[in-house]
Design a protein around this ligand. Structure first.
Ligand code: TXA
Ligand code: MG
Length: 327
């Protein structure tokens, strides 16, 4: 398939592709999404094919107005409304009772739908011009890291979609926080840059009453959680303290290192590729792009520094542990 590459100032063309039932990769503040009209079931089926995604893993629906929220969800719980009013537009997806008119393919037959109103300006313009809610998973081939810049989006999706809309690099770099409200209980299904602490504070809850737990094998709360995710071609291993790095000094594969500035030992082997980050937000922003870069540099092993599991660190640790296969 020929893929149109559309500059940001011509995004009306990308919106027209959505209205015609095509697939469009578009930028958001979290990661690039692979979108189709949420009310076109034939187009939505093609999302699963383009990604190689199992059909029991539902899609997030992207909106750009409160009217569109009412087109896709019903009976919105008060806590959900409070979070939406506080954090939308932004990197937060809310799992809500599904509108009966929304095609089943979008939610993989679940009675709920995950909804998000992105803050990225191009994403908002694209959604408004499309005139329909847009179902979109991350624009990676299933299992691989999500694209956080135009080059990665192209390398993942060229030839698989009708169009790729060019945007800036993603500001956040990790997928949205997902919150569900099933049985009157607020649960964080996927940690992200809107932190558990922020959600608890907004709802007047104690953060300890809002745990994010790695789901037990075989009993996924969110269908996507049971699949492998975020894996680069290289093997990923994790460390906390720079002192641990000497364990890998004699490795006979090319090593790529992802580490916070200021924690880099001076005696590293000269063959290592070293990517440094100024703080954990910077680390989150470039995590997937760094995986991509180290793969391109033919590293066989990526050593990635693991943060403490609070704030943005919880989301980074979640993605790193999945990419390393330790959860
Ligand atoms: O930041 C993001 O959320 C990005 C951008 C493009 O918006 N999208 C994204 O989509 O990460 P995806 O498909 O890669 O991840 C969606 C996750 C999956 O784990 C899926 O199982 C879960 O959301 N999900 C979708 N609908 C759900 C539902 N009704 N109940 C529980 N989990 C749901
Ligand atoms: Mg994904």
């Amino acid at each position: 398939m020929k893929t149109l590459l559309i500059p940001a100032d011509q995004l009306s063309e990308a919106a027209a592709v959505i209205r015609r039932g095509g697939l469009v990769v578009f930028p958001t503040e979290t990661v690039y999404g692979l979108g189709a009209s949420a009310f076109n079931p034939v187009a939505c089926v093609r999302i699963f094919t383009a990604k190689g995604r199992p059909s029991d893993n539902p899609l997030i629906v992207h909106i750009a107005s409160w009217e569109q929220l009412d087109q896709v969800a019903v009976n919105i719980p008060a806590e959900a409304r409070k979070l939406a009013e506080t954090f939308w537009p932004g990197p937060l997806s809310l799992v809500l009772p599904k509108h009966p008119d929304l095609p089943e393919i979008v939610t993989s037959g679940l009675p709920t739908v995950a909804v998000r109103w992105p803050s990225n300006v191009e994403a908002q313009k694209f959604l408004l011009e499309s005139g329909v809610p847009v179902a979109a998973p991350s624009a990676n081939v299933s299992g691989a890291p999500s694209p956080t810049n135009f080059e990665m989006a192209k390398s993942a999706m060229l030839g698989r979609v009708e169009a790729i809309l060019q945007g800036d690099d993603a500001e956040v770099g990790l997928e949205s926080t997902i919150v569900s409200f099933a049985n009157g209980e607020v649960k964080v299904l996927r940690p992200g840059s809107i932190t558990l602490e922020q959600i608890a504070q907004t709802l007047g809850l104690d953060p300890n009453d809002l745990p994010y737990q790695v789901p037990q094998e075989g009993r996924p709360i969110s269908p996507g959680l049971k699949y492998t995710h975020y894996k680069p071609a290289a093997e990923v291993q994790l460390f906390r303290e720079p002192g641990e790095l000497k364990n890998w000094f004699d490795k006979d594969v090319k090593v790529g290192l992802m580490v916070l500035e200021g924690s880099v030992p001076e005696d590293l082997p000269s063959t290592w590729e070293v990517l440094k980050f100024s703080d954990w937000d910077d680390y989150a922003r470039y995590l997937y792009a760094s995986f991509h870069e180290l793969d391109q540099l033919c590293c066989g092993l990526i050593l990635a520094q693991l943060p403490a599991a609070s704030g943005i660190g919880l989301a980074i640790a979640n993605r790193l542990q999945k990419s390393a296969g330790t959860v």
